[in-house]
Ligand binder design. Structure first.
Ligand code: GDP
Length: 324
């Protein structure tokens, strides 16, 4: 297929063409990479139209049930919904947390929704790049809302927070901070926090947890001067709090848009994406550089034996890399 054919297919909203374009973006082959970049360059003016929302939380917090429930509601509002995943488990262990079971049953069986699991190999940075580019393709294909899901493993939350307009963190009541991996970092990334499974006997503990998280947020400086992160409760099982949560996501967008912060946030993300790709690429080139490879073992041994300072060793590696 030529770039024109890919572009026409994606722009017309053709699912098969979109799927093939995503496969192209995910490919490891150099010629595919060239073609994918040409395609993205062509589509770039048609991107940016979706509301990009990140959804994060530990396995079992209820992400798929929540996304299923939210997604169906959005479809009912005539919004076109795509769900993408960033799953670091697939790059770390070859297995997959997000891809293994049948998830989001109602959404998956609805032809109006588009669900794409994360690429199964590559570094987290690579998976992040592919998901970002898939997001752009979905926008060119006319999706109104793109939900990007991730588990709280490694740096995956940061990777997702860096590609969305609104970052939503799902939490469990009474699970203990350690169990939930609630690092200060994730609270700093969140625009909205939701305590899930606020139903039956869990309703009161969920409300208490909500108040506790709200208290914890008071001690933190909000990432935005226009938006103070909010904490809510919801139950996907009883379908309660989901509409309110979406209203909050919309309110967040309106506030940011009005302040000019949405555009600023996206511009910042584009530049960080560029620089993190440069960093990753440089490191890879350095590691594969013949002169560096030749001296690496020796320099490492000298550092571990205490014969050479890490600073000097690093300087030598950089010199070897840039001299030839
Ligand atoms: P994920 O691993 O984060 O995607 O979590 P799942 O959506 O697969 O949910 C994990 C478990 O929690 C499943 O057994 C769900 O049935 C259950 N669950 C999900 N949402 C709710 C909810 O709102 N209320 C209750 N009581 N259980 C829920």
């Amino acid at each position: 297929m030529s770039v024109e054919e890919y572009a026409e297919g994606v722009l017309s909203g053709d699912r098969t063409a979109l799927g093939r374009a995503i496969t192209l973006v995910e490919s490891h082959r150099e010629d595919d990479w060239q073609l994918a970049q040409e395609l993205l360059t062509r589509l770039l003016p048609k991107t940016g139209g979706a509301h990009r929302v990140g959804i994060s939380g530990v396995p079992g917090v209820g992400k798929s049930t929540f996304i299923d429930s939210l997604g169906v509601r959005l479809l009912d509002k005539e919004l076109r919904v795509a769900v993408l995943a960033v799953d670091p488990s697939s790059s770390l262990s070859g297995g997959s947390i997000l891809g293994d079971k049948t998830r989001m049953e109602r959404l998956a069986s609805d032809p109006r929704a588009f669900i794409r699991p994360s690429p199964t190999s590559g570094s987290l940075g690579g998976v992040g790049r592919k998901t970002r580019e898939t997001l752009l393709l979905c926008e060119a294909a006319g999706f109104d809302v793109v939900l990007v899901e991730t588990v709280g493993v490694g740096q995956s939350e940061t990777v997702v927070a860096e590609m969305v307009d609104c970052f939503l963190v799902l939490l469990l009541a009474g699970a203990g901070d350690e169990l939930q991996g609630i690092k200060r970092g994730i609270l700093e990334l969140a625009d909205i926090l939701a305590v899930t499974k606020a139903d039956g006997e869990n309703r009161a503990p969920a409300e208490r947890a909500r108040a506790e998280f709200e208290g914890a947020l008071h001690f933190m400086r909000p990432a935005s001067e226009h938006w103070t992160p909010r904490v809510v409760t919801c139950s996907a099982l009883e379908e309660r709090g989901i509409d309110e949560l979406w209203e909050l996501v919309r309110e967040h967008r309106q506030v940011l848009e009005k302040a000019g912060e949405l555009e600023a946030r996206r511009r910042r993300q584009q530049l960080r994406w560029m620089w993190s790709t440069v960093e990753e690429g440089l490191l890879q080139r350095l590691r594969h550089h013949p002169a560096v490879r030749e001296q690496l073992d020796d320099l490492q041994s000298q550092v571990t034996a205490g014969q050479l300072t890490p600073t000097l060793a690093a300087r030598r590696l950089l010199d070897l890399f840039s001299e030839s």
